[in-house]
Write a protein that binds this ligand. Structure first.
Ligand code: GCV
Length: 710
C-alpha cells in the first residue's frame, strides 16, 4: 500500500533518518514476510484465477498482493492448476470443481488441499465471487498466523446476512463520537474525487467479512437524500461494489417535509408514502444494489411516527414498502427513551417494541444496542433479545469507544462483544444465546444482521490508535462467526499486525484480554454505569445532578446515598428484571445470585454488605478501582518490554497512549472515590491511597473541546 511507497521516498531522501515504516495505515493487511520454513512457498508458488468479474479480479489481486508480501516473492499467475498452485474457482469458472459447495451460500467458501493428476493444489472455492474474496483473505490469514497449509479442509459461511458498519459521520466532516479525526468521506469533493483511501477501506472491511456500510449519522440530515448527495453515495458504492460492500443511508423522518414541503410526515398519509417510494426509486436508479435505510426515530429529539400517534411498526413498514420492490431492507433502531416517560430508562425500549412483535414487514430488522442503556463499559444484555421471536433483531455494538476511553485507552472490545453474544436469554430454554437470537437460528429467521458503530476516521491509522484497530477487526470476525473467541481473534490480529513471534503475540494478547475488564474496574465497577462527564462522556462526573432531564444525570444511574449505591431494578424498584425470561429474572431478583459484575445495575446495596471476596461493598469498590489502575500500570511495563520487537513508530504511540491511560485511570479512581466517600462516609481500606485531590478539584475540570461531542 502507499504507506510503503511513502516510506521508501522518505528513506531515500534522508538515508540516516529512521524509517517511518509503520504508521498503522496498513492495518492487519501488512503482509509481512512470514518465517514458516517454506510452508507458504510450497503451497503458493502460483495462482490460477479464471474469474473475470470485478469481485473475482479483486479476489485474485488481493491474493497476489498478500502472497507477494507474505512469501517474499510474487506468485506466478498461471492458466491451469499445477503443483503448488492456489486455484480460485467457482462452479461458473470450473464446472468440474473437486470441492462440494452445498450449504455455503453466496458468500461462504471452502479451502481444500487436493491432488489433481498427481499435483498438489489448494482450491479456494465458492458459489459466488464474494465467497472467493472471503476465501482469499482467509487463506492469507491462515498463512500469516502460522497455520500449517498442508492438509487444508475448511468450510466457512457467515452466520449473519448483514454485517454492517454504521458511520455516525456528518455531512460537515465531523464524526459524532469519532475519535480518529474527521470523517473519511470527503463529501465536498465527491463524487468527482474518489481518493485511494476508499478502496483501502473496502479492502480492510472485506478482509474481515463486512458487507455493508451506513454512510451517515443516525442523527441524520435530510440533505443526504438530495440528488447531489445521492450521487456522492453512488460514487462510494461504485468503489465498494467489487469488495462485496453495499451502501445504506440513515434517513431523517421529516425529510419529505424538509425537502419537498409536505405538510406532514405521518407514515399513514398516502402522500408521505408516495414521497418515500419515489425517493427510493431515485436512489435505486443511482445505486442499483443500494442496501436500504437505517432509522433513528422518536429518540433523543429525532422526529418519528409517534409524533403522529403512529407506532414504530407503522413507520418502519411504510419505509419498507418503499424499498421492497428493489430488494432493500429497513433497519429500525430500538434505542428509544423519552423525556416525558418517568419509567426507568432501561425499560423503555422493551416497553415500546415488545408489543409490536409480529407487526413488522418481512424486510424490516429492529436494531437493538447490546445493552438497555447506552454502550457502557459493561451492560447486561438487552432484554429485547429473546423477547421478540417474530421479529428479526439486529445487534448494534459500538466499536468507537465513546464510553471506554475514547481514542487513547487500550481497552480491547473483543471480550465485551463475546460476553454479550454468549449471554443466555433463556427465551427457549437454556442455550438461547444472544448470538442465536441474532443469527436467526433460534426462531428460524432468514434476514439477520449485526452492526458496529465505526471507529474509523481520517487519522493515518484509521482508528485513532493502533490497538483500536483490533476492535474493528474483532467486530468483523464476530459478525462472520459469533462463536469465535475474543482471545483467538486477538491472536490473529496481533500476529498480522505485529509479528507471529510468540514473544510478541503472547504478551500483547495477554494485555488485550484483561484490558476491558480493567476499564470496567477503574470506571464503573460492580455494575455501575453512565457516570461519565456530560456531553463529551470523557472522564468521571458521578456528582452531576442538575441537568434538566433526570436520565441525563449520573446520579440517576448510581443512586448513591448514605445507605448504599446501585439502581434497584427488582420488584421493590423499577422491576426492569421482569423484562427478562423467568429463569434470568429469578436469578437477578436475588442480589446473592446476581453476577457480582452486574450487582449495582440491578440492586441498591448497602455500603457494608458483604461481597464474595468477604470485603464490604465500600472496600470492594475501592479494590476494583485499584485493580483497574494496577492493570494499566502492568500493561505499561509489558509494553516497555516489547520495545526491541516493535517498530519505533507504533511502539512510541502505544507507549504514550498507555501513559495517558494510566493517568486517566487514576483520575477516574480518585474522582469517583472522592465523590462516593462524601456519601458513604466510610474510611479508605487499610493500605489504599486516598484520592490525590479533594472533590472540588475534580469537579472543577472542564473539557469544552473534547472530541466527538455533537
Ligand atoms: C448518534 C448515545 C450517544 C449519541 C448517539 C446515540 C444513539 O446517546 O451519546 O451520540 O447519537 O447514543 O445511539 O443514537
Amino acid at each position: 500500500m502507499f504507506a510503503r511507497l511513502f516510506c521508501w521516498t522518505v528513506a531515500t531522501a534522508v538515508m540516516t533518518a529512521p524509517a517511518l515504516a509503520e504508521d498503522g495505515y496498513d492495518l492487519w493487511l501488512r503482509h509481512e514476510k512470514v518465517r514458516d520454513g517454506g510452508n507458504l512457498a510450497r503451497h503458493a508458488a502460483a495462482v490460477v484465477a479464471p474469474g473475470r468479474s470485478a469481485t473475482a479480479l479483486a479476489a485474485r489481486d488481493e491474493l497476489m498482493r498478500g502472497l507477494a508480501g507474505a512469501n517474499g516473492a510474487a506468485p506466478a499467475l498461471v492458466e491451469k492448476p499445477m503443483n503448488g498452485a492456489i486455484w480460485l474457482a467457482t462452479p461458473a469458472s470450473a464446472p468440474d470443481l473437486p470441492v462440494k459447495l452445498d450449504g455455503l451460500g453466496e458468500e461462504g467458501y471452502a479451502i481444500r488441499s487436493v491432488t489433481l493428476d498427481g499435483q498438489s493444489v489448494t482450491v479456494i472455492a465458492a458459489n459466488g465471487d464474494a465467497g472467493l474474496l472471503y476465501g482469499a483473505y482467509a487463506y492469507l490469514r491462515l498463512a500469516e498466523t502460522g497455520a500449517s497449509l498442508d492438509r487444508l479442509d475448511i468450510r466457512s459461511a457467515p452466520r449473519m446476512k448483514l454485517r454492517l458498519l454504521n458511520h455516525w459521520d456528518n455531512l460537515d466532516g465531523t464524526v459524532e463520537r469519532g475519535y480518529a479525526g474527521q470523517s473519511i468521506w470527503d463529501w465536498w469533493r465527491l463524487p468527482d474525487w474518489k481518493g485511494p483511501r476508499y478502496t483501502d477501506y473496502a479492502r480492510a472491511n472485506a478482509s474481515i467479512g463486512i458487507n455493508g456500510t451506513v454512510l451517515n449519522n443516525v442523527n441524520a440530515r435530510s440533505d443526504s437524500l438530495t440528488a447531489p448527495y445521492i450521487a456522492k453515495a453512488a460514487a462510494l458504492a461504485d468503489v465498494f461494489r467489487p469488495y462485496g460492500i453495499k451502501v445504506y443511508l440513515s434517513v431523517k423522518w421529516t425529510a419529505p417535509m424538509e425537502l419537498s414541503g409536505l405538510r406532514t410526515a405521518d407514515p399513514l398519509d398516502p402522500a408521505v408514502a408516495a414521497w418515500w417510494k419515489a425517493k427510493a426509486a431515485e436512489i435505486y436508479r443511482a445505486i442499483p444494489d443500494f442496501g436500504g435505510f437505517l432509522v433513528k426515530a422518536n429518540s433523543e429529539g429525532q422526529p418519528g411516527p409517534q409524533d403522529y400517534k403512529r407506532t414504530h411498526a407503522d413507520g418502519a413498514n411504510m419505509l419498507a414498502a418503499a424499498v421492497k420492490p428493489h430488494g432493500g431492507i429497513v433497519m429500525w433502531r430500538a434505542f428509544v427513551y423519552a423525556h416525558d416517560n418517568p419509567d426507568d430508562r432501561a425499560k423503555q425500549a422493551y416497553s415500546d417494541f415488545k408489543p409490536l412483535d409480529g407487526q413488522f414487514a418481512d424486510n424490516v430488522l429492529v436494531q437493538v444496542k447490546n445493552g438497555a442503556i447506552d454502550f457502557q463499559p459493561r451492560e447486561p444484555f438487552h432484554p429485547l433479545f429473546g423477547a421478540m421471536p417474530r421479529t428479526p433483531l439486529m445487534m448494534e455494538f459500538q466499536i468507537t469507544k465513546e464510553y471506554l476511553g475514547q481514542s487513547t485507552h487500550l481497552t480491547y472490545l473483543g471480550p465485551l462483544f463475546e460476553e454479550t453474544l454468549k449471554s443466555d436469554t433463556f427465551a427457549r430454554g437454556k442455550g438461547s444465546t444472544v448470538a442465536r437470537v441474532i443469527d436467526g437460528s433460534l426462531e428460524g429467521h432468514k434476514l439477520t444482521g449485526i452492526a458496529g458503530v465505526a471507529n474509523i476516521g481520517a487519522d493515518r491509522d484509521w482508528s485513532g490508535s493502533i490497538f483500536n484497530q483490533a476492535d474493528w477487526y474483532a467486530f468483523g470476525r464476530l459478525a462472520w462467526d459469533p462463536d469465535l473467541s475474543a482471545e483467538a481473534i486477538a491472536r490473529e490480529w496481533a500476529a498480522q499486525t505485529f509479528s507471529t513471534d510468540a514473544k510478541v503475540v503472547d504478551p500483547i494478547v495477554a494485555m488485550m484480554m484483561g484490558s476491558r475488564e480493567a476499564a470496567v474496574d477503574y470506571m464503573t465497577p460492580l455494575g455501575l454505569s453512565h457516570v461519565m462527564g456530560t456531553g463529551h462522556h470523557y472522564g468521571p462526573a458521578p456528582w452531576i445532578s442538575e441537568l434538566a432531564r433526570p436520565e441525563w444525570n449520573p446520579v440517576y444511574y448510581h443512586k448513591a446515598d448514605a445507605q448504599g449505591i446501585g439502581f434497584d431494578r427488582t420488584k421493590t424498584g423499577s422491576n426492569a428484571i421482569a423484562q427478562y425470561a423467568p429463569p434470568v429474572a429469578k436469578m437477578l431478583a436475588d442480589p446473592k445470585k446476581t453476577p457480582e459484575r452486574d450487582l449495582l445495575w440491578f440492586h441498591h446495596v448497602g455500603w457494608d454488605a458483604k461481597l464474595k471476596s468477604g470485603d464490604t461493598l465500600w472496600n470492594g469498590l475501592i479494590r476494583h478501582y485499584d485493580a483497574g489502575v494496577a492493570y494499566v500500570a502492568a500493561m505499561r511495563r509489558t509494553w516497555d518490554g516489547l520495545r526491541p520487537h516493535v517498530d519505533a513508530e507504533r511502539f512510541a504511540q502505544t507507549q504514550a497512549f498507555l501513559g495517558i491511560q494510566h493517568r486517566e485511570a487514576k483520575w477516574w479512581r480518585d474522582a469517583s472515590i472522592a465523590y462516593f466517600q462524601t456519601l458513604s462516609k466510610r474510611p479508605m481500606p487499610p493500605g489504599t491511597a486516598a484520592p490525590e485531590h479533594d472533590l472540588n478539584w475534580y469537579k472543577s475540570l472542564a473539557f469544552p473541546y473534547a472530541p466527538g461531542n455533537p
